[in-house]
Write a protein that binds this ligand. Sequence first.
Ligand SMILES: Cc1cc2nc3c(=O)[nH]c(=O)nc-3n(C[C@H](O)[C@H](O)[C@H](O)COP(=O)(O)O)c2cc1C
Ligand SMILES: [Fe+2]
Ligand SMILES: [Fe+2]
Length: 402
Amino acid sequence: MPDNKVLKITDTVSWIGALDHDIVTFDVVMETKFGTTYNSYFIDAEKKTIVETVKEKFWDTYLAKLQTLTDPAQIEYIVLNHTEPDHSGCLARLLEVAPKAKVVGSGNAIRYLKDLLGFEIPHLIVKDGQTLDLGNRTLQFVAAANLHWPDSIMTYLQEEKLLFTCDIFGEHYCNEAMFDDAVGDFDDAFRYYYDVIMKPYSRFMLQAIERIRPLDIVSILPGHGAILRTNWKKYVDLSEQFAREALREQEPNRVFLGYVSAYQNTGVIAGMIAEGIRQAGDIHVDFCDIEKMGMAEVEQRIIRASAIVLGCPTFSQNILLPIYQVFALINPIRDRNKLAAAFGSYGWSGEGAKIMTSAMGSLKLNVMDEGLMIKFTPHNDTKDKCIAYGKKFGETFLNAMS
Ligand SMILES: Cc1cc2nc3c(=O)[nH]c(=O)nc-3n(C[C@H](O)[C@H](O)[C@H](O)COP(=O)(O)O)c2cc1C
Ligand SMILES: [Fe+2]
Ligand SMILES: [Fe+2]
């Protein structure tokens, strides 16, 4: 069935977005079992304006929708609150049919667009608090950097009291009724979206919410999922609650000690290092055999910890896949500067610690030293060395936290 839905939101603002029922995953890692929408809005002001475009593959549908409302050649501004290609994908083609349009965005947004599109675009860089006169309407821009790219802003349409937020306050949920009061319950999709996309940026979420609290808002118009015309406050409050919970999750005296071990040599070393860490003072060691644990669980434990110790034997001059998966879970924005160390058993070449500490450094953890490698089985003579290593880690950790 062709998607020709255009929705009137107010007398001047219409939704002309795309419905994507078929998407299976988003940005590779996100399940989208409810599909998603790419929301684009047309403001029929004296100076005709678009806010966000849609994913490139929906261009034909998108253009047809736009043409039911205006001649694209009349468009004067295209506001991009965020430039990820799910929102900027149709920009190049839109500029071809809207040759007098200027692209409006943050400095970062305009820089990213040049690299995304490969050519200079006519643009207007806007800053927090700045306004843009559309003739009979006024846009006001609100800073929202790092939600979830450094380019992000929000745009407030003063006369209509509408706030365009792109990825902020959105969720992957496709229902052609589009309005929050008509699409059914999307709270699970909202929570999942927050957890996967926004959670690492919770600090910035609280700042953004503080900035919009003074605004008189009737509706929030996000870039994905439901248009919040009835209950925007619920979703802003939920975002604030999720952000506060996320920021409380990290515990100051908690060390994540995760390892894998085929023959329990690395496992025994792990136990001795844990003992050493505990000897250093009041530290909770979260001791985890990663092979026995789902990666979602490992991620929760990394979030809660204020330091990370990883153990892996050397296999084929490399480390093992579960440890690489742990590295994929470390988020340098969230976990930056957490104290880290690596250890493992080896037989002859022993590259394990070097590979792990190098990855830890690249992920912006605070790597204590070159790590501890023990040849084959840790016997009594190496026990003290392992405990001392743990103690050194614990003491360094307590010093860094004080
Ligand atoms: C398939 C396989 C490949 C290995 N490759 C290496 C290697 O390249 N370099 C090395 O130092 N040790 C290598 N080893 C030796 C292991 O690191 C050693 O047996 C270690 O004690 C295993 O620790 P674990 O008991 O924690 O599994 C290899 C062992 C296996 C089973
Ligand atoms: Fe995005
Ligand atoms: Fe998006």
